[in-house]
Design a protein around this ligand. Sequence first.
Ligand code: HEM
Length: 407
Amino acid sequence: MTDVDFDHHSPDYAENWRAINEDLRSTCPVAHSGAHGGLWVVSRYDDVAAVAHDDATFSSYQELPDGSRNGATIPASALRQVPIEMDPPEFFAYRRLLTPWFSPGAAKQWRPYLREVTTFCVDRVIETGKADLIGDIAAPVPAILTLKLLGLPVEDWRPFSDAVHAMIHTVPGTPGNEAAMTAMFTLIGQITETIARRRAEPADDLLSHLVRAEIDGRLLSDERILEMVTLVIFGGIDTTTNLIGSALEWLDRNPAERTRLRERPELIAPAGEEFLRYFSPVQVLARTATRDCEVGGQPIKAGERLLLSWASANFDEAVFDRPEEVVLDRFPNRHQSFGLGIHRCLGSNLARAEFAVVLEEVLRRLPDYAIDASGARHYPTIGIGNGWITLPATFTPAAPEGSEALA
Ligand code: HEM
């Protein structure tokens, strides 16, 4: 077996991920890399789908005899997240507890609040004629909605957002990543205190639902609730910011398409799907083989790690016509950006609502925004999340629309 030179956490991958994936698909679609203790990169659409749908053969969570674990990321995170890192049959009860909070109906009900939050964010910058499209708009909107949904204080959005973004775009084991972890652990301390308060005095939020919920007649432990809350925070905060940021940056470089989107708002929904495909905000996630098996004809041994590349599958020429092109109204668009199978993204309805509202508002209120490319900074490494740290922009100043402080 010859190893390929592949590391999703390397700066080279961040810069050249589309070319690297294309090369893998055409030369070695199930390729072994020595990175992070060894992993198989699965890069073709059908192979990724087959693994994601076979949760008996490919596990999302294993505890190992040496005390370490194999979870949904490579390398494993210090924080377990549930139910993304859990297998059937246990998995179903936890997923069921969350499902009603993320249904299409629930996402629809959040739209007026999303509009209010977006108006608030745009109001704070619109008179100045300049903004960081990430720090002022694309980061706060998803973070505020996520905290509101959980029942955590929305005014704390920035420390949550900063810690999650930093954890995603720094390489595990580096000082930057450890600093982000420390910040995250402080926030987790705050969440633990809120769990205790909600046990005493429940409110009408997801945290209160979880402290009252029972599985097999027993209340959930604080630890289990934290694992679920951590997933909603990581799932809710970085991913959608990355989608919105990548879309705004692309529309800056493609002004005719920006005009088309502004004039035909019915294109915003299909454009969201295309940006999901083209940028794959969550690029890869992992599984572990539970038995000796084959993927795409390649023998895999029990215990070996697999990296499912949604990002590569989304460019598979066998499925997508002209995959290198952004086609705002691409149809059909069976991208894998929300995953497939039992772990398919629970937050997809919310993510789509957030994307649509923010795009509508930015195109309506900052129609001539121009990004200062020299100040724009992409994530230096991608690892899991593909996004922007900062997108400084200028635009014609205008009047605020009168949003009050956040509630
Ligand atoms: C652009 C936005 C988003 C993208 C690209 C994305 C991507 C994904 C992917 C690829 C998975 C599959 C995991 C796997 O197969 O191992 C997933 C699962 C999940 N996502 Fe998202 N996500 C997004 C937004 C959100 C939001 C807004 C939330 C919540 C507020 C969320 C919560 C979750 C949860 C709870 C799961 C785990 C589901 C399970 O294991 O049953 N996601 N997401």
